[in-house]
Ligand binder design. Sequence first.
Ligand SMILES: [Zn+2]
Length: 404
Amino acid sequence: MRLDIVSCQPRMFEGFLSESIVARAVKKNLCQINVVDLREFGEGNYKKIDDKPYGGGPGMLMKCGPWFAAIEKLAAGSSAKPRIIMTSPAARHFTQADAEELAKCEHVIFMCGHYEGFDERIRTLATDEFSVGDFVMTGGELAAAAMTDSIVRLIPGVLGGGMEATASESFSCGSDLLEAPQYTHPADFRGMKVPEVLLSGDHAKIDAWRKSAAQEKTREIKGTNNAADIAASSISAPFRFSRFDEYFMNMALREAEKAAEDGEVPTGCIIVEEPDSLDDMPSSARILARAHNQTEDLEDATAHAEILALSAAFQAKGNWRLSGTRMYVTKEPCPMCAGAIVLARIPTVIWGASDPKRGGGTTFGIFDHPGINHHPNIISGVLEEPCKQILKDFFQKRRKEKES
Ligand SMILES: [Zn+2]
């Protein structure tokens, strides 16, 4: 495996590449890691890699030229089509499933951002965008290092004992269970005792204990986030939404937040390819589009989140028929968007907050109108509370601004 990391602070990787398990993998020739200094591709005498944003604003943006030159050169020297990963705090979270998938690739390139951000056009270079958490760092280097570590340790032969060493770890092999608690000598430390069963030597009993302890720990730390818990609790609760749907509604909410920050009515929309099963890991689903309302920004009355997402999804699929997809939107679509959704043949539409005053479904009945021959499945009320709240907060703030 070849891993290229493009950065304007290449020295940040020195310790990481000379110590860690990553160093061992390189030494054993199991992977090749190159840190590429973006400045080598800088423009002019000063090797410029950043510039002021058009339209004003604080800070500097990374320029297109150096990034395109660097990535094109690295990709040209590759027999395989590389996966090109951009680190971005706004992107979806990197998961173990992503690490497992990338560990099988021949060539992976990381693009580490800096300053205020990238010229938007640089994003077209990336095949994937990932975040390592909902917080902002000064650069993408630490995020790239974290992802590199998680990928490289999965390459066969890197950890001692083959792949077995990783099989029972938290999050591995598509399981959502955390690892069971583990203990080593002494059996009693300051009165904190190791569970009796682990000292028994009875392996069947130990396995059974580990299984139930893992479930308990998962419940304790992740709430009711795993499929087994949801199945168990659905006996008492009449209906729960799948983790899959909640995951993407959360992503739509983040889009809505972006709209709110820009002074737009906060609605967000995501379109994904339909999974084989709603028990699939959400992170393995292909995202076709993500968008938020941009009516003010684009001076366009039709620039609703759903319409922008539909256009992006048509492009991503190369087809105006969006069969085999799911749309997530934080607020019930208006009549215009509902009409467009029906025309695009989206099979399943999921929204958070209903709009009883002017909703395309609840008020205008577009989704089940007898004169229309496509009737999508509707699921409403996923993450209803936060979806309502973000609208409430926005309109309250706007009223206050008008009053003052
Ligand atoms: Zn609309």
